[in-house]
Ligand binder design. Structure first.
Ligand code: SF4
Length: 313
């Protein structure tokens, strides 16, 4: 498989007023292959959104490298980065706040065509084409974002992202703000768009069922680090990291009679201001040993395309 994105040792640390540092992303290595959907999951505050934004340099990394099609994104100047963003787009959680309320849909979807100095000829036709690709029509063009439902606004957000014909989309909790009944429509639309336009997605979400449905592979993040990554089918059927096991135990069973061993996740995630020493999960891990408090486990391969950061997995 062809590598599209490669991240090496990526760190995003935020200094805090009055002293201290938030270790939001703390040494992430990750490869995303062309055409795949990689799901990124973890509890709120684990750093998954910051990781997504830092890949596009919407948040500036503290250190580490990001290679997109072998080009080092971190070495690009402002103009070069803007040009590169034609190929890498972001879809946000709250479509309402990410769409300018004073702009008509025609401008919202058409604006990226201008920003990236693409041809203006046929701009209107291109906007209609984009709206149709996300299940909307020409009649949407003169209207404003508040005249649409949440699901329709996310469709508009997708049309805007697609305007510059990207290869890679970071979707940050794209369906979390939507009604459950609408979530499936948007996820299916994203799947279809992925196939039609040969897109590669980093799909960030906390809904584990949604991630399972859309992802080829899934990465689990805890306190700024990837603790397990592998094929979606394998990770969901046989998670190996104690955190993944506990996280997946919280997924409601498909049927009320379904059985399975439950591992409850005890306590809250520690503050990323003061991550625990050694394995940062040791304060909540049901099988932690003394070594876990001292030594940081590295992400190591335990099977085909399956890696885990745990001394005992
Ligand atoms: Fe638990 Fe130790 Fe594995 Fe961390 S390294 S997940 S504390 S067993």
């Amino acid at each position: 498989m062809e590598e599209l994105l490669k991240i090496e040792g990526l760190k995003v640390h935020f200094p805090v007023k009055g002293g201290g540092v938030v270790y939001a992303v703390d040494g992430v290595n990750l490869t995303i292959f062309k055409g795949e959907t990689l799901g990124l999951v973890g509890e709120s505050g684990c750093g998954k959104s910051t990781l997504g934004k830092s890949i596009l340099r919407l948040v500036e990394p503290t250190s580490g490298e990001i290679f997109f099609k072998s080009e080092n994104i971190r070495s690009l100047g402002t103009k070069e980065l803007q040009a590169k963003r034609k190929e890498m787009q972001m879809v946000f959680q709250d479509p309402f706040s990410s769409l300018n309320p004073r702009m008509r849909i025609e401008e919202i979807v058409g604006e990226p065509l201008d920003i990236h100095s693409l041809s203006r000829s046929g701009r209107r036709e291109r906007v209609i084409e984009l709206l149709e690709s996300v299940g909307l029509g020409e009649d949407a063009m003169p209207r404003f974002p508040h005249q649409f439902s949440g699901g329709q606004r996310q469709r508009i957000g997708l049309a805007r992202a697609l305007a510059v014909e990207p290869e890679f989309i970071v979707a940050d909790e794209p369906v979390s703000a939507l009604d459950v009944s609408i979530q499936a429509q948007i996820v299916n639309l994203m799947k279809d768009l992925g196939e039609t336009f040969s897109l590669t997605y980093l799909f960030i979400a906390h809904d584990l069922r949604v991630v399972e449905y859309i992802s080829d592979r899934v990465a689990i993040m805890y306190l700024g680090k990837i603790v397990e990554i592998g094929l979606s089918k394998e990770i969901y059927s046989l998670p190996r990291h104690p955190y993944t096991k506990a996280l997946f135990s919280s997924i409601p069973e498909p049927s009320p009679g379904a059985k399975g061993s439950k591992t409850l996740l005890k306590g809250d995630m520690p503050s990323p201001l003061m991550p625990p020493s050694g394995c940062s999960f040791h304060t909540r891990c049901p099988i932690a040993e003394p070594l876990c408090r001292k030594e940081l486990p590295v992400l190591r391969e335990i099977g085909e395309k399956h890696s885990v950061a745990c001394h005992l997995a």
